[in-house]
Design a protein around this ligand. Structure first.
Ligand code: PRP
Ligand code: URA
Length: 207
């Protein structure tokens, strides 16, 4: 698995707004949206292109279009805050949804919905979730995608813990991971330290 920590001054500043406990829900959502644009931009850098003939007002030339736009899959709830940014960059794409809620006692993900195409054979997938903590949620999501035939899965998250990175690498299902930071680790509640708290609650309020 290729792991990329995106280094950019704007990435750092938006992540700092998200980490700051005094940021409002609206400030957090805006910072996540902007951060997601930058992360997805990096995550799509090597998408293959198809050449085509186009005509400018001045004459003919060669242009390009995405050869195989990826399916975008935000993990509900928190990944919803990244979805619009990804869709704006990839308007040719389609979107699927996976709903997972981590059990706060066991820290295992509980699946409550999946809305995905039956077959993902030959379709690259970009999974969006701001938090990669134990990695249980993203591993579960990638297994769902893999059982439908996905073989190229790119994960984009705002923050990761080393434990989560190792877990999804060990799954063997993820081609590459793009994140703004790999933090120190997890606390006894399996929250990322220093992290930013609960990314779903910070966007939408407590469940
Ligand atoms: C958060 C986050 C991830 C998961 C990460 O979601 O968005 O999906 O926890 O933790 P893990 O790596 O240990 O599995 P949560 O379950 O809190 O649900 P929410 O998005 O509805 O708030
Ligand atoms: N889920 C979150 O939202 N935050 C964490 O730190 C861990 C899991």
């Amino acid at each position: 698995m290729q792991t990329v920590v995106v280094e950019h001054p704007i990435v750092r500043s938006r992540l700092s707004v998200m980490r700051d406990e005094t940021s409002s829900n609206a400030e957090f959502r805006a910072a996540l949206r902007e951060l997601s644009t930058l992360l997805v931009y990096e995550a799509t850098r090597d998408l293959p292109l198809t050449e085509l003939d186009i005509t400018t007002p001045v004459g003919p030339t060669k242009g390009h279009t995405l050869a195989n736009p990826p399916l975008i899959v935000p993990v509900l709830r928190a990944g919803l805050g990244m979805a619009e940014a990804a869709f704006n960059l990839l308007p040719e794409s389609q979107m699927g949804f996976v709903g997972l809620a981590r059990n706060e006692q066991t820290h295992d993900p509980e699946a409550y919905m999946a809305s995905l195409p039956d077959s993902l054979a030959g379709r690259p997938v970009i999974v969006l979730d701001p938090m990669l903590a134990t990695g249980g949620s993203l591993a579960h999501c990638c297994e769902l995608l893999s059982t439908r035939g996905a073989t190229t899965i790119v994960v984009v998250c705002a923050l990761a813990a080393p434990e989560g990175v190792h877990r999804i690498e060990a799954s063997g299902l993820v081609s590459s991971l793009f994140t703004a930071s790999i933090d120190e680790g997890l606390n006894s509640n399996a929250y990322i330290v220093p992290g930013l708290g609960d990314a779903g609650d910070r966007q939408f309020g407590p469940r």
